[in-house]
Design a protein around this ligand. Structure first.
Ligand SMILES: C[S@@+](CC[C@H](N)C(=O)[O-])C[C@H]1O[C@@H](n2cnc3c(N)ncnc32)[C@H](O)[C@@H]1O
Length: 278
């Protein structure tokens, strides 16, 4: 959360940002550390910069100390250099997923259409539209809470979000016209969900992470639908684990796409892409 600490507070116009305080309150840091927060200094600054008053800060700190994810407590996360609103119960965008955005952005130009499937907060579509002006972003998620959050986030860039299974609720007229599909689907194998950190297990709905027996159930379905929605030369990109990459690449190749695995060692991020031939 070090990035988040450098951004301004998430309040609408009319609510003043607190005066920046570069030195975190040692008592607050100690409280957070005692509660098990590893990045206590950074979290203290995020909490302080998100609080409108000392009383509000105390409310936020109590929620955080009780184990609620920081992003739910403050209502936002820093992602790909910008701020994304996050509602409780909606998947918190992970920093490693900015790698997928970095891979997708150079494939896009003004006027292109992007689908953000399994959009959660809409962070991927939003980040792409912030990087490339003039994109048309359509997002979808099966969870109405996620769609409400994504619709709010995407309003900034004129994007829309709809409730539905994968692409089922998206306008059929988009078929064959899409430049890029970003689909950060749930990809944790069912048997590994119990091994996830408690903050995720206890606060993020299981349906946001559980990808079936080998984690690739949703990815295979995305591979199956992508060729019909992509324009010739268009590309679908999904994040997976490094261990899943060969099977994910095979799924995209089996769907007739030109499949490639991308890996960023530093962020431990792996993305498989599939390009529809021209
Ligand atoms: C791992 S989260 C990713 C969210 C977001 N793309 C991100 O990277 O922050 C997966 C999302 O897929 C959604 N989801 C799960 N099954 C789905 C389905 N069949 N159709 C559409 N969305 C689904 C979940 O509700 C969740 O928001």
């Amino acid at each position: 959360m070090a990035d988040a600490a450098r951004l301004s507070a998430p309040y609408p116009d009319g609510v003043p940002d607190p005066v920046p305080d570069p030195v975190p309150d040692p008592a607050l840091v100690a409280r957070l550390r005692a509660a098990g927060c590893v990045f206590a200094e950074e979290e203290a600054e995020v909490l302080r910069s998100s609080a409108a008053s000392p009383g509000h800060l105390e409310q936020l700190v109590r929620r955080r100390v009780a184990g609620e994810p920081l992003e739910y407590v403050v209502g936002w996360v820093a992602f790909d250099g910008g701020r994304v609103e996050v509602d409780p119960g909606v998947f918190v965008p992970r920093q490693r997923t900015a790698y997928l955005v970095e891979l997708a952005a150079p494939l896009l130009t003004r006027g292109d259409t992007v689908l953000d499937l399994c959009c959660g907060t809409g962070a991927l579509g939003l980040a792409l539209a912030r990087r490339v002006a003039g994109l048309v972003v359509h997002a979808g998620d099966v969870d109405p809470a996620a769609v409400a959050c994504a619709a709010r986030n995407l309003a900034e860039v004129g994007g829309t979000a709809v409730v539905g299974d994968l692409a089922s609720a998206l306008p059929p007229v988009l078929r064959g016209t899409v430049a890029v599909i970003v689909a950060n689907v749930p990809y944790v194998p069912t048997g590994a969900v119990a091994l996830m950190p408690p903050e995720s297990r206890e606060h993020e709905p299981r349906g946001t992470v559980d990808g079936g027996p080998d984690g690739l159930d949703l990815l295979r379905r995305v591979a199956g639908l992508a060729p019909a929605w992509l324009r010739p030369g268009g590309t679908v990109l999904s994040e997976v684990s490094l261990a899943q990459a060969p099977a994910a690449r095979d799924a995209f190749a089996h769907a007739g796409l030109v499949a490639t695995v991308h890996h960023d060692e530093e962020r431990e991020a792996t993305v498989v892409s599939g390009r529809r031939s021209l």
